[in-house]
Design a binder for this molecule. Structure first.
Ligand code: ZN
Length: 463
């Protein structure tokens, strides 16, 4: 039975969806004002893992993730570049989707854009106005937090002493500065706005997620996910708006992956350790190593993202791929030995046990590598038959449906091959021939043959 840590109750709870067999799952998507960084991708990779595990458990998952394509930053940046908001956000939306693809993240079935759901947001604000949860000031509409007794239940904060009548216009602020937050921002000179029944203006960030999640998943749905930094104020405000509008519980399970630090330090642009995916790829790290490292630590623990960790991740994937090659060599149709079948069943049980325990990925990976180790041992004792090898392959493929770290050869991108070739040339220049050979062999294992010519290095794909 799957257990998930629910931020709302502060405890691990058995997960059962509202409707049998179907999970309604909402994740806060990117604000498309710049490239997403590796900390953001920890959250997105985790969400992908959660969805895949739910599907592994035979749930049908309805996954919705919004694209925030209007907010203070996107408007400012578009103006600075002298292009329309739509043009500006289209670029970063596309880059985000490209990055997801490289990290082998399966895209949600529905990815609504905020700018295409203004009528839904206006309707929700009107509903809150009718029920007396709002007030207007200079053309903007604010939510009165003192009207909602449950305010603070997600972030476990007592806001009863909050100053009444003071309001905040920015979308991000800390708990100490909790105020009545903005639902609708009045039109400002030079900013994008919409003419609507509640006046000209644009939505606040929080109302976007309430309107779009309820539109596609219903007034109460199963899981809402986002980084821990979104608990307050974003998710707290989503609960307030939604529950006051509908009178029903909004979300049953709130799941929040922790932060990531880089080489032991908080990631920041000033420290020079702020990495986007393209930064890491240009440093010759393979995308599946990045995915592996991001999911190898339990999501509620802080993850220290290091170059060393990436190298270990690559070595771990290589170990699995070598094992697959060995099993492919030996595999034959026909049954496995009863002993080996039992071993696979036991490994599967332990894998599920680890994943059921609030998605304990580090324990789940340990089960897989223990299975690989003991199978190699059998192989060395000539106790690994053709049927056993076939079953071993099936098992690795089965767990990889959840982890998605083994990449078919043909998926290696041209730009990654070029980056690896460049890294090999650099290694040769500094006379690190061991590293140069390692890269050559790694490419070979991916089906890429290198040829050193006078004009430079050429490569081709082996069939
Ligand atoms: Zn959101």
């Amino acid at each position: 039975m799957l257990k998930l840590h629910n931020t709302l109750s502060g405890a691990e709870e058995e997960f059962h969806p509202l409707e049998e067999g179907v999970v309604r799952f909402y994740t806060c998507g990117p604000t498309v004002y710049d490239y997403a960084h590796v900390g953001n991708f920890r959250t997105f990779v985790f969400q992908d893992l959660l969805r895949r595990y739910l599907e592994y458990l035979n749930y049908q998952v309805a996954h919705v993730m919004n694209i925030t394509d209007v907010d203070d930053k996107t408007i400012q940046n578009a103006r600075k570049q002298g292009i329309s908001l739509k043009e500006y956000t289209a670029k970063y939306t596309k880059d985000f989707l490209d990055d997801c693809k490289k990290l082998r993240i399966e895209l949600p079935q529905i990815m609504p854009k905020a700018t295409e759901h203004i009528p839904e947001m206006v309707a929700l604000i009107q509903k809150l106005e009718e029920k007396g949860y709002t007030y207007r000031k200079d053309g903007s509409v604010y939510f009165k937090i003192s009207q909602f007794p449950g305010y603070g239940k997600l972030s476990k904060t007592d806001f009863s002493g909050a100053q009444t009548g003071a309001s905040v216009d920015s979308d991000k602020y800390d708990k100490e500065n909790a105020r009545d937050f903005v639902l609708w921002k009045a039109k400002k000179e030079g900013e994008d706005f919409w003419e609507t029944e509640i006046g000209p203006g644009r939505p606040g960030w929080h109302i976007e997620c309430s309107a779009m999640s309820m539109k596609y998943l219903g007034e109460t749905f199963d899981i809402h996910c986002g980084g821990v930094d979104l608990i307050f104020p974003h998710h707290e405000n989503e609960i307030a708006q939604s529950e006051c509008a509908t009178g029903k519980p909004f979300v049953r399970f709130w799941v929040h992956p922790e932060f990531l630090i880089v080489e032991g330090e908080k990631m920041s642009k000033s420290l020079g350790n702020f990495y986007t995916l393209r930064d890491l790829l240009s440093q010759h790290h393979a995308p599946e190593s990045i995915r592996y490292l991001l999911l190898s630590v339990h999501y509620r623990k802080q993850l220290n993202f290091t170059a060393d960790g990436l190298r270990q991740a690559q070595a771990s994937i290589q170990r699995l791929e070598d094992f697959i090659l060995r099993a492919q060599e030996k595999a034959m149709p026909g049954p496995a030995s009863p002993d080996f079948e039992q071993e696979v069943n036991s490994a599967r049980e332990r894998f599920k046990e680890a994943m059921d325990d609030d998605l304990n990925t580090s324990a789940a990976l340990a089960v897989i590598f223990e299975f690989v180790r003991s199978t190699y041992q059998k192989d060395s004792q000539n106790a690994f038959g053709g049927g056993d090898a076939r079953l071993a392959l099936e098992f690795i493929n089965e767990v990889d449906r959840v982890l998605n770290i083994i990449r078919p050869k043909s998926e290696l991108l041209d730009e990654e091959i070029a980056a690896q070739i460049e890294a090999r040339q650099e290694a040769r220049h500094r006379r690190d021939f061991a590293e140069a050979d390692r890269i050559r062999n790694w490419l070979l294992s991916k089906g890429i043959l290198l040829e050193d010519t006078r004009e430079g290095v050429r490569w081709k794909r082996s069939s």
